[in-house]
Design a protein around this ligand. Sequence first.
Ligand code: IFM
Length: 456
Amino acid sequence: MTRSFPAGFRWGTATASYQIEGSATADGRGPSIWDTFSAEPGRVADGATGDRACEHYLRYDEDVDLLSGLGIPYYRFSVAWSRVMPDGRAIEPRGLAFYDRLVDKLLQRGITPMVTLYHWDLPQALQDEGGWPNRDVASLFADYAQTVHKALGDRVRQWTTINEPFCAAFIGYGNGDHAPGIQDEGAALVAGHHLLLAHGQAAQALRANGGEQEVSIVLNFAPVLTDVDDATHREAARKFDFLHNRFFLDPLLGRGYPPELLADLDHLGTLEPAIADGDLEVIAQPLDVLGVNYYAPARAVPLDDPEADSNCPLPGLRGMDVLPPRGELTSIGWEQRPESFTDLLLWLRGHCPGLPLVIAENGAAFEDEVVDGRVHDEQRVRYFAEHLGAVHDAIERGADIRGYMAWSLLDNFEWAMGYTKRFGIVHVDFETQERTLKDSARFFADVVARNGLIGL
Ligand code: IFM
């Protein structure tokens, strides 16, 4: 039996600039917060950096040929702000020219480019001015968005402003596990608000340039589970859901920050004063599609002691904790639960009626090995089959899902985990830079060719 996807369904793979490009100082590129962070001892596993990564800056031709050989028609990539504007402001034409070449090469191969303007690599110069907690960064981002759009907008129709503001704000400035490595929960909330504001201003700037474009933002969702169905567990789940999912989604939908969430965070005293008159209107620019990233659910539990340590990325969200994942895990330690993916998509169908969804990332890390030129990554094949099945279930039940981007095309720099976690459907030997198709790449190419899944 083949489970077919709707006609015109967009199939693609996704990557991000710092994770694959390398060439960290080429052609005038300025440092980003990830260059600074990864150079600090103890921040990234094995002291790894993105200096070389997958050498995609040098090998983009080969990588696009690979994509085209697989017959995958869409490619989602991000632009490095510090390549295009090394200090966050002045244009470096050589940096812009790289993305120009990349877009042309994709189009020559019949692949539709989807541009993400921000995937976490803030120019260090702007961090030196305070980073995302500094409100000015939002309007600088809009200038940058407009610049990139002026250069590529004649050929690129799909524009994502920001990838996963939750991580950029709460992991970058809250628990400090990501660049810039700051632990200041109050600043993290303000960063979150400014990332949303940056999205809104950039959406306005893109549209002001004219032309036909589809504007989106990509959010990473964590559907929340509890072990016990009682009032305290439900309240713990509500808190985490509002922080992780609705902090970002509701203002984008024009509903502002949920009042319960503002009350949960009130003791930190920073979010409400940062919301200036008119901000919520700017944030609520119409979205043409919403990008959805799903990897795993979260499990919430109440915590009686408000001062107790919590695994929540924002421990100041008092009264709840996040339990360790369970069941079958991927090698990064994330729970495999495709049914939560369907639940999430159905929840979004109800929460954002009329807003089309694109799965902007979904995938899994496993221990892969090249044996005789092949990588038999059957766990990843199963992960994709089950999660694509979950997407199909949601479509059958009325969710308006327009596409699916596998994370990721290539094994790459997995942030604080360095090169220790492989998410690619293409294996990369980081010494030789040799690319080897994994079985999951062949599986995915087959799904794409059929526009359907066999046998689930
Ligand atoms: O590698 C990341 C990506 O950059 C953002 N979303 C999650 C992926 C896996 O951790």
